[in-house]
Write a protein that binds this ligand. Structure first.
Ligand code: 3H9
Length: 705
């Protein structure tokens, strides 16, 4: 096995190189290797200075998250212990220069900050993303970062988790120089300049720690930011507590406090859930039956059919990734509308400072609007994004089958329809796949890759690759009604309406759900998607109902009243100019009247019952989907819900949440609701089986790995 850390020498400078692909995580052996190399270099009289650099594509992407996962199961261990190494680096008698490219994240940044100097190439990123894993910088990061960049910037970095680029890091004082050209050459030259100077220890710096009164205001603002962008999450607040300790306690006391907080936070459910989602998002790319080395079709350009909300969003997602797009509509007016929407969207991003006008111009130039199929014979991927009509989709696939080149992947953005039936309209079902994007498609990270009976392994692998290229998470799902996400959404929506009929209000249901952590309440979601659409879906699936099955009653009335949701200014809520939902007494009266007429007894309903009935009905459907094989892993369902449906990542997705509650308890409630409410609550056999065996969805996933 190659050594993960090596020591060499260049111009009297010792060079320590970390080589632990793919991202130089601080796995067992790496910290030890750095320590040994450092001590060897320090002892060597010919060495005047030391450079630490990452081999391969990056500096150090952080602690090994596998180790953190193990530590979350055994929090008393406190996680990987980098403290002795950090102290040793900082106490080294010879200057240590950290040479950064790629990413210096988490523990990587913490190692860098223990060095005496930091240099980086311009496109390197530095950050404290621990909060995304439900933890805090736990290797003295909360104590060194404010000493280098000041308290306000440290608060922003630790609460948002957003990395910064090297030029900004230079301005903030996090690094000492941006290197043009070869990093190692630049770092060695820099080392030559500082050799022989007394070393500067970050831990001894206190000129940027601010005054008590300045800091009090910063921490109040930091807590407000955490509440806004990371609602209900414990990690940002814990990071603030540790940063506050940096401003009030001596360095070593602050580190002690940080360690206590790390133990506490690792013991909580949120870190486990967020670490689960980190690995689950990466595991989705491993599809049983599709070997890692499966060939993929290169995708350099895309043809999109339909310039509506979905087609336009997909076009933007492609242009944002530098992919050229032919965007086809049937009528000039529709094409103009689509393009105007794209332009407006980009303009708003420029106004908000997300990117420059020049970037917007480049992206617009990649989108070619047209009314014909001109050029569709040369594109590598065609995505159909017209409205949900099987006859129309079949007609379009028949047309593109005649035009597209033989190795062009043909995709439908259908959200519910049978992809095999669509594929049958072509002479090449092996090339046809579903790519179900979520609105707004240039923002939402999820793409359900709908695999019917026919697509070749290469087409599935290409779909995964294109999702990654677009910066999205592609999850392979089976070809069933509503696929995974919408299939689970339907009973969730239905149950919420039953809850309203039985005695609560849309806003009470939504409040319970957002308090639980959902990005939006289900009634607000329904209004956003459109009551007309929900009504149409309800009609379409009416044939699946069993005789005597309970159906929600109010939706049809809203539809008939023209209360079609946000677009009409009224649905389950009323809407003002800013599109904020306002509870509407007219809807309350309508719900009460409807319930009275249907003989539904109304009663008080607790937030606990709202959560159990809304979330457990989804979990029960998820278990059915798993058992049928339409999702490969429970973790895939979790990724779908966290990236596409606003499920809180800190609860790990619905299936992980079920495991956290305990399947025995979940099953008992499902069983109870089944007794009370009938067959819509019939427990999924897999849920029953796992609950009775004292098992979990995570354990079930392991049996499939
Ligand atoms: C931390 O440092 C805590 C400290 O404060 C100390 C506390 C005591 N560990 O994402 P990719 C794997 S917390 C283990 O597809 P990309 C990943 O699973 C850590 N494995 O590549 C995948 O494996 P596989 C703070 C890791 O180019 C493979 O590498 N750091 C780690 O799209 C490729 O990953 C972070 O939170 C890791 N740290 O993106 C950074 N990182 O192929 C987390 C990656 O088997 N990492 N892997 O599925 C990232 O954000 C991205 O991976 C990165 C590269 C931007 C680095």
């Amino acid at each position: 096995m190659t050594q993960p850390v090596t020591l060499s020498s260049r111009d009297g400078v010792a060079v320590i190189t970390i080589d632990n692909p793919p991202v130089n995580a601080l796995s067992p052996g790496v910290p030890e290797g750095i320590l040994t190399a450092l001590e060897t270099a320090e002892r060597d009289p010919s060495v005047r200075c030391i450079v630490l650099i990452g081999g391969g594509r990056t500096f150090i992407a952080g602690a090994d998250i596998k180790e953190l996962e193990a530590a979350a199961r055994n929090p008393e261990s406190g996680g990987p212990d980098l403290h002795p190494l950090l102290t040793r680096i900082e106490d080294c008698a010879k200057p240590v220069v950290m040479a950064i490219h790629g990413t210096a994240l988490g523990g990587g940044l913490e190692i860098a900050m223990a060095g005496h100097y930091r240099v980086a190439v311009a496109d390197a990123s530095l950050g404290a993303p621990e909060v995304n894993l439900g933890i805090i910088p736990g290797a003295e990061g909360t104590q060194r970062l404010p000493r280098l960049v000041g308290v306000a910037a440290a608060v922003e970095m630790c609460v948002s988790g957003r990395p910064i680029k090297a030029p900004q890091a230079l301005q903030m004082g996090l690094i000492d120089r941006v290197i043009e050209g070869d990093l190692l050459t630049g770092a060695v030259a820099f080392a030559g300049e500082v050799a022989g100077q007394p070393v500067r220890k970050t831990r001894e710096k206190d000129d940027r720690l601010g005054s008590a009164s300045e800091n009090a205001a910063i921490f109040v603002a930091g807590r407000a930011q955490a509440a806004k962008i990371r609602r209900n999450q414990t990690a940002p607040l814990a990071a603030l507590e540790a940063l506050e300790a940096a401003t009030t306690l001596p360095f070593h006391e602050g580190c002690k406090k940080e360690r206590e907080i790390v133990r506490r936070i690792l013991a909580g459910d949120q870190a486990k859930a967020m670490i689960h989602i980190f690995f689950a998002e990466r595991a989705v790319a491993r599809v049983p039956g599709i070997p890692k080395d499966t060939a993929t079709y290169p995708i350099a350009n895309v043809g999109i059919i339909g310039a509506g909300t979905m087609g336009g969003g997909i076009a933007m997602a492609c242009a944002n990734a530098g992919i050229s797009v032919l965007l086809k509509e049937t009528e000039q007016a529709a094409l103009d509308r689509g393009l105007a929407a794209i332009r407006k969207n980009y303009e708003s991003s420029v106004k908000k400072g997300r990117f420059s006008q020049a970037v917007m111009d480049q992206r617009m130039a990649l989108i070619h609007p047209q009314l014909t199929y001109d050029g569709f014979d040369k594109v590598d991927l065609i995505i159909e994004a017209v409205f949900e009509s099987m006859p129309l989709k079949k007609q379009i696939f028949g047309e593109i089958d005649k035009i597209a080149k033989a190795d062009c992947v043909l995709a439908s953005n259908t959200s519910t329809l049978d992809i095999d039936e669509i594929a049958a309209a072509t002479s090449r079902p092996r090339m046809v796949i579903g790519l179900h994007f979520f609105s707004p498609a240039h923002v939402m990270r999820l793409v359900e890759i709908v695999r019917g009976k026919h697509p070749s392994n290469e087409v599935v692998a290409t779909s995964l690759a294109i999702a990654k290229k677009l910066g999205k998470v592609g999850v392979v799902v089976g070809n069933c009604r509503g696929f995974v996400g919408n299939r689970m959404m339907l009973p969730y929506m239905r149950e919420a309406q039953f809850l309203a009929e039985e005695g609560t209000t849309p806003e009470q249901v939504d409040k319970a759900l957002t308090d639980f952590g959902m990005a939006m309440g289900i009634f607000a979601v329904d209004d956003m998607g459109g009551i007309d659409l929900a009504y149409r879906v309800k009609q379409e699936y009416a044939y699946l109902r069993k005789p005597g099955e309970r159906v929600p009653l109010v939706l049809d009335k809203l539809y008939e009243m023209g209360r079609w949701g946000q677009k009409r200014g009224a649905g389950w809520y009323r809407y003002d100019e800013a599109r904020a939902p306002i509870p509407d007494p007219e809807v309350h009266a309508l719900i009460e009247k409807t319930a009275r007429e249907a003989g539904i007894a109304r009663r008080g309903i607790t937030p606990e019952e709202i959560i159990e009935r809304s979330i457990y009905i989804m979990i029960n459907e998820g278990a059915r989907i798993l058992e049928e094989g339409h999702a490969q892993r429970a973790a895939d369902i979790d990724v779908i819900y966290c990236t596409g449906y606003g499920f809180p990542g800190y609860r790990g997705g619905p299936m992980w949440y079920a495991d956290t509650v305990g399947l025995k308890s979940v099953y008992a409630r499902v069983h109870d609701f089944h007794t009370r409410y009938g067959h819509l609550w019939e427990p999924a056999p897999l849920l029953k089986k796992l609950a009775e065996a004292g098992s979990s969805f995570a354990a079930w996933d392991e049996t499939k790995a």
